[in-house]
Design a binder for this molecule. Structure first.
Ligand SMILES: [Fe+2]
Length: 282
């Protein structure tokens, strides 16, 4: 039963699907390219069916499960956890700036605009957790500061829930659109996020449990950094030494994206991170 204190996978999943369906996407894919990709995908599937001698009961369970993934609104979750990291990897090889990572299903545009030095919107119960101060600069590849650059930051609360995907949270909790100062600097105060499990009460969770895998993601911040004429960066920042860093269910960590905060004398965790943006690609 859904309660205000326990958002469900289906609630979270349907919110993710509804937000995704709100936009219409197109891709400039030729029939030849579509045919080549689809042929290889089907050939790969054919090969594994033969290699593992997949049975009719297994085939029927697969069909039933695929239907449930759709009805539960979990396609964004499933694809972003298991597939997006490869898409990100092949599309970022030509860039020299800050490493990207997967966007995941929980980005929402239009978070409240905040000045370069700011605190993310949060509840009193969020403030009870360790404060985290993330500061640094947004620059071009030569290190020149990019004034007026936009940093969109979103992350889960201490229980692993994202605002707008869990009905008990205020609309913009732990989300903000930060504008760098004239020299590209920023200083954002938020809270230290915790590792979280991706939703386990829906078909994605059933699949993970059935396969004997785990559903954990390491603690992370999501960021989208943009500046006119520059290639946007979508990435995540993680915490050195944290749980699940080397065993992320979404395979989305990178050594270049690890933070190592230090405690200051007021008990806050403080860390610097600079973002370098490539020139805008064609
Ligand atoms: Fe996340």
């Amino acid at each position: 039963m859904t309660t205000i204190d326990s958002p469900t996978a289906v609630g979270s999943g349907n919110a993710a699907t509804d937000k995704f369906k709100g936009a219409r996407f197109t891709a400039d894919t030729s029939p030849e390219r579509l045919s080549a990709i689809a042929t290889e995908a089907l050939a790969g599937l054919s090969a594994l069916i033969h290699r593992h001698a997949v049975t009719y009961p297994e085939y029927r369970v697969l069909k039933q499960w695929l239907i449930e993934v759709g009805e539960g609104g979990e396609w964004p979750l499933l694809l972003d956890v298991f597939v997006e990291h490869d898409i990100e990897e092949v599309n970022s090889t030509r860039f020299r700036g800050t490493k990207g990572s997967i966007e995941g299903p929980y980005y929402v545009p239009g978070a409240p605009e905040l000045p370069a030095q700011c605190t993310l919107p949060m509840r009193d119960e969020d403030r009870a957790h360790t404060a985290l101060v993330l500061r640094g600069r947004v620059t071009d590849l030569d290190g020149a500061g990019l004034g007026g650059a936009i940093i969109e930051l979103w992350h889960a609360d201490d229980e692993g829930y994202y605002s707008q995907f869990a009905p008990h949270l205020p609309e913009w909790n732990l989300r903000g659109t930060i504008v760098t100062d004239s020299e590209g600097r920023y200083e954002i105060t938020t809270i230290q996020p915790a590792p979280y499990q991706i939703p386990t009460d829906g078909p994605t969770g059933q699949f993970i449990e059935g396969a004997g895998w785990h559903p954990w993601r390491p603690a992370h911040l999501h960021l989208r950094v943009t500046s006119p004429g520059k290639q946007p960066i979508i990435t995540q920042l993680y915490f050195a030494g944290g749980d699940w860093i080397d065993d992320d269910v979404a395979t989305a960590t990178k050594p270049e994206l690890l933070l190592d905060p230090r405690l200051d004398d007021t008990g806050r965790k403080v860390v610097s991170y600079d973002f370098a943006l490539d020139p805008e690609a064609d």
